[in-house]
Design a protein around this ligand. Structure first.
Ligand code: HEM
Length: 321
């Protein structure tokens, strides 16, 4: 948890977009209702958001609490018609490959709440819901948990190649001077995936490892010779034209409803440029070259897909005025 304030980017303090996935998370997508009070209520939340987070952190200092808030493209235009839009904020355009589709689903407001205990996530979610009551409709809510040593529900450690240790995650997760009106902001892309666990568990461990590109037991990366071109960590490993790695900050969480046979991954990626996330998605769903689709998609179906923009704290405060 960032107990200290994150570094200001071009004078703006980002939301907690570089945090680890954490122990528990609640992901909430709302739609805006057309009411005369909607815009005022949401602007009021923008104005109070940092104070609400401060309050929870002061009350529960050991809870590793954080929450980020984001806006969809339509909501942005409706709520702030007088303001320009972040350069890459648009309604997510579905990506349709020959065999797999990254669907686009609606969403106006998004909250990503993280905490060491689910109770603290619940408390914050209920405070937000109370504040927005009557002005929003629920679209989706997923409760994620940390599994084993940070594994996705398919049994592989998730998040290893996130920028950390020798790389500054803010460089990848946060908008800089290139879109100066929105510096310190971040693009949030979320997808809810359901896994076919029967098919996945029927796959020998060696084949599972070739699907992810890492060892199942200890997270060690497969060598270039061992790793197929359609491994998940091969298709999502991308570079710019100068050969520099392009990264995003992922904070995926497993979720499950075991009695219903529902096993999933809530994918969430924070990026300073949505085009980076989009290129990874195109590699997964269409393939580069076309047809080299991500083997993980043979066992995983994206049932949602929505893009949001998380303003810096400074911009949130201005939006609340
Ligand atoms: C079914 C949903 C997904 C699951 C279960 C999943 C799981 C994983 C796992 C286990 C790894 C290897 C460890 C690591 O480096 O984190 C990984 C790597 C990665 N994933 Fe995913 N992932 C999913 C979806 C996505 C999506 C939608 C994207 C991008 C839009 C993505 C981007 C990446 C990247 C960039 C890496 C690191 C690649 C590298 O080694 O350079 N993942 N993922």
């Amino acid at each position: 948890m960032n107990l200290n304030t994150p570094p200001a980017i071009a004078g703006n303090i980002p939301q907690d977009v570089t945090e680890r996935a954490g122990e528990n998370a609640v992901f909430i997508v709302y739609g805006l209702k057309e009411t005369p009070r909607t815009a005022d209520r949401i602007k009021d939340l923008c104005a109070n958001f940092s104070a609400m987070i401060r309050s929870i952190r002061n009350r529960f200092p050991d809870m590793q609490f954080s929450c980020t808030m984001g806006f969809g493209a339509d909501a942005w235009s409706r709520l702030f018609p007088e303001r320009p839009k972040p350069r890459e904020l648009e309604t997510f355009q579905e990506i349709k490959g020959a065999r797999h589709t990254a669907v686009s689903t609606p969403g106006d407001l998004f909250f990503h709440i993280r905490g060491r205990q689910m109770g603290v996530c619940f408390e914050f979610a209920s405070i937000i819901d109370e504040k927005l009551k009557g002005t929003v409709d629920p679209i989706d809510e997923v409760h994620g948990f940390r599994y084993q040593d940070g594994k996705a529900i398919i049994g592989f450690v998730d998040g290893t190649e996130n920028p950390a240790v020798d790389e500054n995650p803010y460089e990848f997760a946060v908008i800089g001077d290139e879109d100066s009106g929105f510096a310190g902001g971040s693009y949030i892309f979320v997808q809810k995936y359901l896994h076919d666990m029967n098919a996945w568990n029927a796959l020998p461990v060696e084949e599972q490892e070739k699907t992810i590109g890492r060892k199942k037991f200890n997270d060690v990366e497969l060598s270039d010779e061992e790793k197929p071109a359609n491994a998940h960590n091969a298709v999502t490993n991308i570079q710019d034209s100068a050969g520099n790695d392009l990264k995003i900050v992922r904070a995926n969480m497993p979720f499950a409803n075991t009695s219903k046979g529902e096993y999933g991954t809530y994918f969430i990626g924070y990026a300073g440029t949505f085009s980076t996330t989009r290129r990874m998605l195109e590699n997964m769903f269409v393939g580069d070259p076309a047809g080299n689709t991500d083997r993980l998609l043979d066992f995983s179906t994206a049932v949602t897909g929505t893009l949001f923009f998380a303003p810096s704290y400074d911009l949130l405060e201005t939006l609340g005025e």
